[in-house]
Each structure stands twice: as structure tokens, then as C-alpha cells.
Design a protein around this ligand. Sequence first.
Ligand SMILES: N[C@@H](CCC(=O)N[C@@H](CS)C(=O)NCC(=O)O)C(=O)O
Length: 200
Amino acid sequence: MLKLYDREASGNSYKARLLLSFLNMPYERVPVAMQDGKNVVDSGYLLLNPRGQIPTLVDGDNTLWGSTAILCYLAARYDETSSWLPRDPARLAEVMQWLELAQNEILTGLFRARAIVKFGLPGDLAAAQQIAQRALGVLDSRLSVQPWLAGNGPTIADIACFPYAALAHEGKVDLAPYAGVVQWIGRIKSLDRFVGMPGI
Ligand SMILES: N[C@@H](CCC(=O)N[C@@H](CS)C(=O)NCC(=O)O)C(=O)O
């Protein structure tokens, strides 16, 4: 059975849980504790994930760390419809563009603002909120004219960008100016087999 090292409040881990639910796949969760903003991990865990972060996924002989790798792996391996990770080169590249945003402005903006406000991590809140607004502006530029980030249906691009956008309030970032993003959040929540997390 798949094993996911995660934590309930981790948005990056939630991306994996969300796709596993959409794919209707059973898995075992191994909770990783946090102390003073850092994961409490031993040397055994560092063999699985040398960054010491969550999420980490173990599937038989395959061990993967980082939400992007996990989303790509699960979709490529287990989604028989290929809809979550399209194989068409242009659509695949379009998905990758949004995965980049998720690991850049969404991480340094929305993720960081939430980490500072909710978990008391150090950092410049105003600077993070400014980057967060830029990330939301980029998302909104697409979502105010198209329902999904890549192509005509939901993909892992939507899953990768969704959690920290939907948790923006926890970093004191207002979603009101981004109507396309607000509607997209509702659209994702109404998908079959959607699961939430605390704050969403
Ligand atoms: N780029 C990584 C970021 C992973 C990450 O930042 N994980 C956080 C939880 S959401 C974590 O493990 N923080 C505690 C630590 O770094 O010790 C991903 O997308 O999975």
C-alpha cells in the first residue's frame, strides 16, 4: 500500500491527499510532527527525504519527495484517463508552467505569508503578501477567462496551485479582488471526491 508521510495542516501534503482522493486510491498516512517550525525527523526519514520535509511518498521501490514530483508520479502512474497529467506536448507544458508558479510566487508569497501568520515562522510578512498578490494576479489572469489552469478540465496544475490560494486568508491575504480565483476555488470544491483540510 502507498505510504504518505504528511501532516494535516501541510498544504503541500494536502496536494498529494487531494489527488489520491480524486484517483480513489487507498494509502496509509504517517504523520510527521513539527516543533518550532521544523519537522521532527530521524536519520531513517532523511534516507527517504534528504530535505527532511513533507510530503514524502513511498510506493514499493519508489520513494519520492516534494509535492510536484508526487503529483506527477501519481498522475502518470495511476490515472488511466491521463486527464490529470495530459500527454499532449503543449498541454503538458502548460501544466508545467503552473507547477512552476506553485513552486515560486505561490511558495514565496502565499505559503510564506501563512507560515509567518499561522505558525509564527520568521520572515517579512509585507513582502510575502506582496508576492502573494502577484501570484493571485497571475492565477486570476487565466481564471477570469478560462475555468481551469491548463486546457479544458482539471489537471495537477489546479491541484498544485489550489491549497495555498484557498488558504490565503490564513496569511491575511484578501482574495476579494480576484473573482476568477474565488470562482475556481468553488469549482474545485465541487469536484467529485473532493476532500478538504483545516482552513479549506
Ligand atoms: N517544495 C516542497 C516544499 C515542502 C515543504 O515546505 N514542506 C513543509 C510543510 S508544507 C515542511 O516540511 N516544513 C517543515 C520543515 O521544512 O522542516 C513541496 O512542494 O513539497
